[in-house]
Design a protein around this ligand. Structure first.
Ligand code: ZN
Length: 369
C-alpha cells in the first residue's frame, strides 16, 4: 500500500515544486528517450498503481534492461515487442533488478532464459527473492503465525491474510543465479558510468543507479514523486527498524546533485531531489505524529488496533498486510527512540503505550519485551 502525497506540497517551503519535464510512454510497448541511450517504457499492472516504469540503457553491443514488470503474459509480449522494434537490432545483454519486489523482478527468471542474459542484483535482494519465490506453507509455521498473533491480529485474520497472498497470481520465480551488485560499484554501459547507490527500508538492499556526469538517477522505489514507498516490518525480521533505515537512505540520496533528473519506478520522471526527499521524510514524521495521537487516545494498543486507526481504508489481504507492517515500522521507530513502551501481555499479544515524561501512562500489566 502506498499513499498519495500531493505533489507540490513543498510549496509551503521556499523552492520550486517538482518538475515533470517529459510525457510518459503509454503502457503498450512505446518508449520515450529520457537522455541519449536511455529509454523509458511502461508495463501495465492490474492494480490501483496501474503501471511500473522500466528503463533500457544502450551499450556498445546491446542493451541493459532495468526492472521487468510483473510475471504476466502481457508483460512478456510487450518485452518481445520492445526487443523487436525499439533496440536498433541490438540484443538485450543484461538485466538489472533494483530490488526483489515482483513488479520489478517478476520476469527475472524469464529474462535469463528467454534472452540468455545475466541478472544483476544485490545479495540482499536476490536471496530475499528466493525466500519469497514459493507460496507460504499452509499451515503457516508457528513462529511465523506468532508474529501476527503478537501484533494482535485474530487467528482467522492471519489465515485469511495468507490465503489471500497464496492466491496471488504474480508470484515470481527467482533466477537460478545472479551477479552481485554492491554499494559503490560502477557499471560501464556505453559511454556512461553508473554508480550503485544502495537504499534500505523499503527492501533490504535496494540498488539505485546514478550517472554523476549526466546527473541521472535510476531511483527504483527509493524516490517516487507522488506516493511514498512501503516501509514494513515483516515476520522475516520482526525486530527490524526499517523506518530508521529508510530515513537514513533519504539523507544519503540528498548528497546527490540537486539538479539530478530522477527516473523513478512509478509515475513520472521528475526534477526536485531535495524537495522530494524532504517531503518523504515529512510524510513519515506526520505518520509518527498521528500514531502518537492515536496511542494517547487508545491508552494501550496492539499494532493491529493502531493500524486500524492509522490506515482506516484498506482493500483486502495485501493492503492489510502492508498497513500492519507499516504501522509496526512506525511503532518500532517510536520504541527505539524511547517514546513508546512495548509489553508482552499474558494473552501473548504485544501492547504499545506512550512514555510520558519518562514514565508510561499507567503501570504495564505484563513483561516488557
Ligand atoms: Zn518495491
Amino acid at each position: 500500500m502506498s499513499e498519495r502525497t500531493p505533489a507540490g506540497q513543498g510549496a509551503r517551503h521556499k523552492g520550486a515544486p517538482l518538475v515533470y519535464p517529459l510525457t510518459p510512454p503509454t503502457a503498450d510497448g512505446a518508449v520515450v528517450e529520457v537522455a541519449p541511450g536511455v529509454l523509458w517504457a511502461r508495463m501495465p499492472m492490474p492494480m490501483a498503481l496501474d503501471h511500473i516504469n522500466v528503463y533500457l540503457l544502450r551499450g556498445e553491443r546491446g542493451w541493459t534492461v532495468v526492472d521487468t514488470g510483473l510475471n504476466a503474459g502481457t508483460t512478456r509480449e510487450l518485452w518481445e515487442h520492445i526487443a523487436a522494434k525499439h533496440l536498433d537490432g541490438l540484443p538485450i545483454e543484461a538485466l538489472v533488478c533494483t530490488h526483489w519486489h515482483y513488479d520489478h523482478a517478476g520476469l527475472a527468471r524469464w529474462f535469463a532464459e528467454r534472452f540468455g542474459v545475466p541478472v544483476y542484483m544485490t545479495l540482499g535482494e536476490y536471496y530475499t527473492m528466493r525466500a519469497y519465490a514459493e507460496p507460504a506453507p499452509d499451515p503457516l509455521p508457528a513462529a511465523r503465525q506468532d508474529f501476527y498473533l503478537r501484533a494482535g491480529l485474530p487467528a482467522e485474520g492471519v489465515q485469511r491474510l495468507f490465503d489471500g497472498m497464496r492466491r496471488d497470481p504474480f508470484m515470481a520465480p527467482a533466477p537460478p543465479s545472479f551477479r552481485r551488485l554492491r554499494d559503490g560499484d560502477e557499471l560501464a554501459i556505453g559511454s556512461r558510468r553508473w554508480r550503485v547507490v544502495i537504499g534500505e527500508g523499503h527492501s533490504p538492499e535496494h540498488a539505485c543507479l546514478y550517472d554523476p556526469k549526466a546527473q541521472l538517477l535510476l531511483a527504483g522505489d527509493q524516490l517516487l514523486p507522488r506516493i511514498s514507498s512501503n516501509v514494513l516490518v515483516t515476520d522475516i525480521e520482526p525486530e527490524a527498524n526499517p523506518l530508521s533505515l529508510w530515513l537514513d537512505s533519504l539523507t544519503r540520496l540528498e548528497q546527490l546533485a540537486p539538479n539530478t533528473l530522477i527516473l523513478p519506478s512509478h509515475q513520472e520522471v521528475f526534477e526536485g531531489l531535495h524537495l522530494r526527499t524532504r517531503e518523504l521524510g515529512e510524510h513519515h514524521h506526520r505518520k509518527l505524529d498521528q500514531l502518537r495521537d492515536h496511542l494517547h487516545e487508545l491508552g494501550r494498543a496492539t499494532a493491529f488496533e493502531a493500524m486500524q486507526k492509522l490506515f482506516p481504508r484498506r482493500r483486502g489481504a495485501v493492503d492489510d498486510m502492508l498497513a500492519l507492517g507499516e504501522t509496526m515500522a512506525h511503532l518500532a521507530w517510536l520504541k527505539q527512540v524511547g517514546e513508546v513502551l512495548r509489553t508482552l501481555d499474558a494473552d501473548g499479544v504485544h501492547r504499545f503505550e506512550m512514555v510520558v515524561d519518562g514514565a508510561v501512562r499507567q503501570p504495564a500489566a505484563g513483561n516488557v519485551r
